[in-house]
Ligand binder design. Sequence first.
Ligand SMILES: *[C@@H]1O[C@H](CO)[C@@H](O)[C@H](O)[C@H]1NC(C)=O
Length: 159
Amino acid sequence: MKMYLFYLLLVSVSVHIITTSDLNWYEERNVKENDNITLHCDIRGHEDVAWYRLRSSSLTLLISAQKTRTIKSLPVYYNYDEKRFILRPNSEITTAMFTILKLSQGDLGFYYCGITAEPAQMHFGKATKLQFQDKIEATTVTQTTPSGDQVKLEDKWNM
Ligand SMILES: *[C@@H]1O[C@H](CO)[C@@H](O)[C@H](O)[C@H]1NC(C)=O
């Protein structure tokens, strides 16, 4: 059901997403409560960058920034939680780094970085799923396939 909503959402905002298989449309990051985490996004050739969180079928804009033309900088123009969200570029302004301080239950979910070159054309990369370490151990089963590859089975999403 959540998967369906996710695809509906992507289609409705006409985004371009590349998935090679259903299994790796997101990357998992195992975190602990009160940790800080930094997510990276390649912004070469793009003007705007934004991070969104998908959780319980709602997509929330967390932070966004736009490159300046004159001096090399990436000023933030929207920040959902100024106390805990930080967006900084690297020195070349080719990568945007989004830091979330003091993670709590409310931060769990799927994170998307969106980059725009022209208005109305936003591209999303692979999602990052934030999950707490202790919960994964309780809800996942690891199986070994005949070829020796590890396959992770999750009976429900822990978010
Ligand atoms: C998270 O970042 C804050 C501010 O930079 C720092 O004071 C704190 O020690 C960091 N916490 C962890 C768990 O690394």
